[in-house]
Design a binder for this molecule. Sequence first.
Ligand code: ADE
Ligand code: ZN
Length: 351
Amino acid sequence: MLGIAALSPTYTLHSETFMMRAFIQNLPKAELHVHLEGTLEPELSFALATRNGVKLDHDTPEALIAAYDFHDLPSFLKIYYKAMEVLLTEQDFFDMSWAYLKKTREQNVLYCEMFFDPQAHTGRGVAFDTVIQGIHRAQVQAASELGVESQLVMCFLRELSAESAMQTLLASLSYKEWIVGVGLDSEEKNNPPIKFAEVFARARSEGYRLTMHCDVNQLNTLLHIRQCLDDIRVDRIDHGINSLEDPAICAEIARRGLGLTVCPVSNRFVVQNLTGEEIRKMMALGMKATINSDDPAYFRAYMNENLFALAEEAGFEQAEIAQLVRNSFDVAWLSDERRQHYLDLLDRRLG
Ligand code: ADE
Ligand code: ZN
């Protein structure tokens, strides 16, 4: 486990901030909402572009970062899909996944559920097998060499047809042992959960767990959350901040013990704040809010930077941070035995 020395440059920090960062660093943590393609760092993009002979629109990683101009979901997705064109071979998917899993080890994130977007690759002529073999190899290596456990959640792109999602679901069945659940991401406008009702019903019958994005401040967001609860009967909701606008929805989420994978720094790009008050309200209402990084290479914040931001900018106390971390293990798609293992580690760390 990394200690205080791993935090740099610590000597410039106020001592309370330093103590809080050490507390966060040393907590064993879980991440439940991270898009693997959203972990593609600019430096790796350039290395893969060179290896694969792909021409990027920018000349340096710094110029690429300077061009990150997102303020809503569509402006983000445009950059996100363009950047992933460098991912072509099994080794590329391995390298991207391995880099993320090494980062989680550095941050003491011991367990992660990672999204991947197969249609964003099969649509460019990259085979499903190429994508999943590369990711899976990194997962196996991370478990044995880093002690980081991870599971895969396959997302469907919601602007594509339900037929395309169903084809992807059927293609995934040969790799069922490697996938714990399915999700729904990408362009939410005019692409409600109900469009994929049949696909998700089939996914459930195949044994997959179900989640869907209800991104912050989307058109018809309350209708989308309702459909997630009543029609799809999801096991979790990704984001779901706007559920706070409807007390009946909040009560239902709390009653079912559904996890909400909130992404504070990601939210800040859309609503200009970390949604710290909303996270506090969820906790006060007994809703299982968890903290996640979403697309850390783009939002320039992994798990710990999200928690540092909540502490330093929204005044979260140690007990609140610990509760959020506990919620992640509570709602993770783990066996009872593995869940208890992580909760015991957390309790031991908290003393
Ligand atoms: N795909 C990658 N990141 C996403 C996000 N934050 N929302 C919806 N789809 C995504
Ligand atoms: Zn997301």
